[in-house]
Design a protein around this ligand. Structure first.
Ligand SMILES: C[S@@+](CC[C@H](N)C(=O)[O-])C[C@H]1O[C@@H](n2cnc3c(N)ncnc32)[C@H](O)[C@@H]1O
Length: 241
């Protein structure tokens, strides 16, 4: 399916990029970002303009072509924004690494949304927040049915229009705290926290330090003592775009 996204990128900004249509609603949700932020999935980076300035953000995507196009927009961001190639189903980060995890039209695109959401749960710290801007199946009969029909076509290129992302989020161990409509009951801004509060990490269980590898945007993980359990080493130029 990565190939499908590499191919769709050609017309993505013109036909699909949701930030051009829903920028203000996204900006209101993204304003709740705090601390170290993971953004899944970057796409062509149109969401970056709606990010609050001065944040420390790691944005991932599985598509090389999406990341290539996102790089220019990442450079224009007024803060720290790293782009990394990574799979949302197997994130290359230690447990409890991020303070905020953000998704944007992501859960319609990953092959196994509950597995991806469990990964987001894993890398989110106990007090962290999940912010999701997602389109979901409508609960209205006719609209829901229309989305089911559309999905017969759209899933061929990677998009499931009719997922129950709220149920998937709960199934992955989150408690939803707020749901706002950006369009009918189809496009939603969702805030959630971890349903289970785990104890803070101690020095003996602190996670590995993330270091960018020398190979482009890939990340490698090494164990190394650090001052703060969730402060990564300063990013090297190869990881910044
Ligand atoms: C509908 S686009 C959303 C992009 C952007 N957030 C936006 O709203 O314009 C979905 C994105 O998810 C990415 N994607 C699909 N499967 C993925 C996975 N398993 N891990 C990471 N990213 C993935 C695709 O490459 C694509 O860029």
């Amino acid at each position: 399916m990565t190939i499908a996204w590499d191919w769709r990128v050609r017309l993505y900004d013109f036909r699909e990029a949701s930030c051009f249509r829903r920028g203000p609603a996204k900006a209101a949700l993204f304003a709740d970002m705090r601390g170290k932020v993971l953004f899944v999935a970057a796409g062509t980076g149109t969401d970056f303009a709606a990010f609050p300035p001065g944040m420390d953000i790691t944005a991932i995507d599985i598509s090389d072509e999406m990341l290539r196009r996102a790089a220019k927009r990442a450079r224009a961001y007024n803060g720290t924004l790293r782009l990394l190639k990574a799979d949302a189903l197997a994130l290359p980060f230690p447990d409890s690494w991020f303070d905020t995890v953000v998704t944007s039209c992501t859960m319609c695109s990953v092959p196994d949304p509950v597995r991806a959401l469990r990964e987001l749960n894993r890398v989110l710290c106990p007090e962290g927040r999940l912010l999701m801007f997602e389109h979901v199946r409508s609960r209205q009969f006719l609209l829901g049915w229309t989305l089911d029909l559309m999905t017969l076509w759209t899933r061929r290129t990677g998009t499931e229009m009719n997922r129950d992302t709220l149920a998937n989020t709960r199934a992955a161990g989150f408690r939803i705290t707020d749901i706002r409509s950006a369009y009918l009951d189809i496009i939603l801004a969702v805030r959630a926290v971890k349903a289970t509060a785990y104890p803070r990490r101690t020095a003996s269980t602190r996670p590995a330090v993330l270091q960018p590898s020398t190979e482009g945007m890939a990340l490698s993980v090494v164990n190394r003592p650090e001052r703060h359990p969730r402060s990564p080493a300063a990013p090297e130029p190869s990881a910044r775009v």
